[in-house]
Design a protein around this ligand. Structure first.
Ligand code: SAM
Length: 285
């Protein structure tokens, strides 16, 4: 089996298993946490009334709903996702928008030619492909010539304390995760602009631009400090490092997360810095 195929199978399993279940169950609080990114991404994407849009890795449909509102009844938005549970929730949320559709499957392989989209958007849904050049070549086929690609991806973990601080707390008790392989998919796979540029240009897009977006994310998302502690152990690399660990390791790690987040607790929540790239490119022809 090629590494790309293995990576793809792992991602399909994660998003139809442990990660998909969490995102589906917690989608409202995740949307509240990610709200400081959603608005700027949608403004950056600048969807026009009447346009045709694809939302890649749309998950539970938060951005798909917003895009459907932005294009209005004369436009059309198609959400694509590999996670049956997450897309199931997206379908429910999109019921009142007849100008939307949901496609279940691997965005790297689905036939997209008939969609003829003017804009392709993604909030953190494009970093999980086993073979990103092949995946973006396929995504390109869903765009009209000159069609616009606009997505958000994380910068490096060192610039994202909201994920790094809980991870370092977990590492006091659980083994360190293996260093990701250079082409391995994951939340930080698109942190390096050189890699993204190489991927997109090889796949038939223009040289992308990278706009940094620096925000603070509230891990409590309207709940209390203990919620922030629990959820910090349930997302990103901290969750991966805790997967399969015995109860006593988990308990000790959660206590360490509690200590590490204490300095960030305030009356407004538990806010930590996050760093994102807003990436823009166009389909070349
Ligand atoms: C971090 S979540 C983001 C979900 C959503 N865009 C949001 O912001 O709430 C990543 C999403 O990408 C989807 N995904 C991962 N690999 C995919 C693939 N090959 N094809 C389609 N969707 C994929 C996952 O199922 C998941 O919904």
């Amino acid at each position: 089996m090629t590494p790309a195929r293995t990576f793809n199978d792992e991602q399909r399993a994660r998003w139809n298993g442990i990660d998909g279940e969490y995102w589906t169950r917690q989608n409202e609080r995740l949307d509240r946490t990610l709200a400081p990114i959603t608005g700027p991404l949608l403004a950056f994407a600048a969807a026009r009334v009447g346009s045709t849009i694809i939302d890649v890795g749309c998950g539970c449909g938060a951005t798909t709903v917003e895009l459907a509102r932005m294009v209005g009844p004369s436009g059309r938005v198609t959400g694509i996702d590999i996670s049956e549970a997450m897309l199931g929730l997206a379908k429910q949320r999109l019921r009142e928008y007849p100008n939307t559709a949901c496609l279940l499957g691997d965005a790297a392989e689905l036939g997209l030619r008939d969609l003829r989209a003017e804009l392709m958007v993604s909030r953190f849904g494009v970093m999980f492909f086993g073979d990103p050049v092949a995946a973006f070549s396929n995504l390109r086929s869903g765009l009209v010539p000159g069609g616009r690609l606009r997505f958000a991806c994380w910068r490096s973990i060192h610039e994202n304390p909201w994920l790094q601080i809980p991870l370092e707390a977990v590492y006091k008790h659980a083994p360190r995760l293996p260093k990701p392989q250079p082409e391995e998919p994951g939340p930080f796979a698109f942190a390096d602009p050189a890699r993204v540029t190489r991927t997109l240009t090889l796949a038939g897009f223009t040289t992308p631009s990278f706009t940094p977006l620096d925000v603070r994310l509230d891990l409590a998302a309207g709940g209390g400090f203990e919620e922030a502690v629990f959820h910090a152990s349930q997302v990103g690399p901290a969750k991966r490092a805790l997967t399969g660990q015995p109860d006593e390791v988990r308990a000790a790690a959660i206590e360490s997360i509690r200590c590490s987040l204490t300095p960030y607790a305030s009356t407004t929540g538990v806010e930590l810095a996050a760093a994102v790239w807003l990436v823009a490119a166009e389909r070349t022809d």
